[in-house]
Design a protein around this ligand. Structure first.
Ligand code: ATR
Length: 279
C-alpha cells in the first residue's frame, strides 16, 4: 500500500508541499502520496488522529499549529525542543509520534549549498523573535557563526531568545535602535513584516558589508526587505523559497531515510534560480 503523508495547516490551500514531495518521490524512486489537510482552528489533534487512523505515516505542520504539534509529539528532537515548535511529525507503528523541526536546517542548507555563502566565522543579524526566529537561531549557531545579534520590534523578546542560547559566546538580543552603525555579513529577516508589505527600521550601515540578505518569506516579487537590502549595498538577496524546499528535503529524509536533492526541485518551482554557483 502506498504510504500517505501530508501538510496540515489553516489555511493550507496555498501549500507547495504536494508539488515538492511529489518531485522528491520521483527523484528518489519512493512510492508515497502527499496531500493537503485543512484542520479547523481548535481541531488540530482530532485531524492528526484521523489522518493517522487512515494510514498516515507523517505530516508537515504549518501555521498556526507548530506549537500545538510540539505538545502533541510524544518525543522531540533536540532541534524541535530548542525551537519550541514542530514542523514535521513522524508516526511509528507503536502509536508514538516523533516531532522534529527542519526549518533551521533548511535555511542553513539553502544559504550554504544553493547560495554558496559559508556561515562559519560570519557576523549574522536576525530580525524577529517569533516562531520563525526561534526555529533558526540554534542551527545558525551550530554553523559556527562568529556573532549572532537578534533584534526585534519588542526588544525584550529578542533578549529572551538570545538568553536561551547563552551557552554560545557572541549571542545578544535587543532593539533595532541598538544597531547604530554596525555592519553584518548575513542579515536574515525572520519577521512577518514583509507579509504586510512593511519594511524594517534597519539602519543603512547594517548592509554595508553584507554578502547575503535573506527573507524567510517567499514571494514572486522581491520583498520590501530584499529591495531595501539591495538598495543599501547587499551583494546578494534571496527570499525563502529555497529554505522551503530544503526543509521539505529534511522532512523527507526523516520519513523515508533518503535525502533528496533540493536543487532540481527549486529549479522546477522557479526556473533559473538554482543555478547560482557557489563562490
Ligand atoms: P512567526 O511565527 O512567523 O515568527 P510571530 O510569532 O507572530 O510569527 O512573530 C512575528 C515576528 O515578526 C515578531 O518578531 C514580530 O515582532 P514583535 O515581537 O515585536 O511583534 C515581527 N513583526 C511583525 N510585523 C512587524 C513589523 N511591521 N515590523 C517589525 N517587526 C514585525
Amino acid at each position: 500500500m502506498t504510504d500517505r503523508y501530508g501538510v496540515i495547516g489553516n489555511p493550507v490551500a496555498h501549500s507547495k508541499g504536494p508539488q515538492i514531495h511529489a518531485a522528491f518521490a520521483r527523484q528518489t524512486g519512493q512510492d508515497l502520496r502527499y496531500e493537503r489537510i485543512l484542520a479547523p482552528l481548535g481541531g488540530f489533534v482530532e485531524a492528526v488522529r484521523a489522518f493517522r487512523a487512515t494510514g498516515g505515516r507523517g505530516l508537515n505542520v504549518t501555521l498556526p499549529f507548530k506549537i500545538e504539534a510540539c505538545a502533541f509529539a510524544k518525543e522531540l528532537t533536540d532541534r524541535a525542543r530548542d525551537a519550541g515548535a514542530v514542523n514535521t511529525l513522524s508516526f511509528d507503528d507503536g502509536g508514538g509520534a516523533l516531532g522534529d523541526n527542519t526549518d533551521g536546517a533548511g535555511l542553513v542548507a539553502d544559504i550554504t549549498l544553493r547560495l554558496g555563502v559559508a556561515l562559519a566565522g560570519r557576523r549574522v543579524l536576525v530580525a524577529g523573535a517569533g516562531g520563525a526566529a526561534r526555529g533558526i537561531v540554534g542551527p545558525l549557531l551550530a554553523s559556527h557563526v562568529a556573532e549572532l545579534v537578534i533584534v526585534n520590534r519588542s526588544p525584550e523578546a529578542a533578549r529572551v531568545l538570545a538568553a536561551r542560547h547563552a551557552q554560545h559566546a557572541g549571542v545578544s538580543g535587543g532593539a533595532f535602535g541598538d544597531l547604530d552603525d554596525r555592519g553584518f555579513d548575513v542579515v536574515i529577516n525572520a519577521t512577518s513584516a514583509s507579509l504586510g508589505g512593511n519594511t524594517l527600521p534597519l539602519p543603512a550601515p547594517v548592509f554595508g558589508r553584507c554578502v547575503l540578505a535573506y527573507d524567510l518569506v517567499y514571494a514572486d516579487q522581491p520583498t520590501p526587505f530584499m529591495r531595501a537590502a539591495s538598495a543599501r549595498g547587499a551583494a546578494q538577496v534571496s527570499d525563502g523559497l529555497g529554505m522551503l524546499v530544503a526543509q521539505a528535503a529534511e522532512s523527507f529524509l526523516l520519513w523515508r531515510g533518503v535525502r533528496p536533492d533540493p536543487l532540481p526541485v527549486m529549479a522546477e518551482l522557479r526556473p533559473g534560480c538554482a543555478a547560482i554557483a557557489p563562490r
